[in-house]
Unconditional design. Structure first.
Length: 204
């Protein structure tokens, strides 16, 4: 028998390992995204400027109303009832007795800390501290006119209870002549209580 030589097994062709070169089927494209249109900006996150301005104006109005209602107010009121002035001889100055009614309107006692008076004339304003209550008799002896319609002196450390009303007098000296004082624009008593930022102002 003739020798049968086996035929070598056929080797399948090598499969290419590189990327496929076939063209994929057509793919539908989605909406185009603009990279420069950022979503974290104020334009995207904040309401319109007009709305912000209206809201800010409303907040400022409310804050102003609250501040106005809660502003410090005088804890007393009253009236300046009588003004008597005399010329100090040989001086460009006048002594003035100011008689007034004072009513406490606070919820706590009102303690008097200091007392001043102010006069407004054509040449400007002048402010003077009240003379000591212990000197009243001496001034009354020298200038009896000052005692007309006078009341007891109001002095530092005097106290008014809530709702109390009293009539008092203070004496001050202004560096103006009697004629200039009589032609004044206004005269006021200024009472500054303890622990209160706003003084009591009585003007005539």
């Amino acid at each position: 028998m003739p020798d049968q030589t086996p035929k070598p097994a056929s080797v399948p062709p090598a499969t290419p390992t590189g990327p496929a070169t076939s063209t994929p089927p057509s793919v539908k494209r989605g909406p185009t995204i603009r990279i420069g249109d950022e979503f974290g900006t104020a334009k995207r996150n904040l309401p319109p400027v007009k709305v912000l301005l209206i809201a800010l104006a409303g907040v400022l109005v409310i804050a102003g109303v609250v501040a106005f209602l809660q502003r410090p107010k005088p804890q007393a009121a009253g009236s300046l009832d009588n003004v008597t002035a005399v010329q100090i001889p040989n001086q460009t100055a006048s002594l003035v007795a100011l008689t007034f009614t004072l009513r406490s309107s606070g919820e706590r006692p009102l303690w008097v800390h200091s007392i001043q008076a102010r006069v407004a004339t054509s040449s400007g304003e002048q402010t003077s501290d009240a003379v000591s209550a212990v000197d009243f008799d001496r001034y009354y002896q020298a200038f009896p006119t000052l005692k007309e319609n006078a009341q007891p002196a109001l002095a530092p450390e005097d106290k008014l209870q809530p709702g109390q009303e009293l009539k008092r007098t203070v004496i001050v000296s202004f560096p103006v002549t009697l004629d200039e004082f009589n032609q004044r624009k206004a005269v006021s008593v200024i009472i500054q209580p303890y622990d209160q930022p706003v003084p009591v102002l009585l003007t005539k």
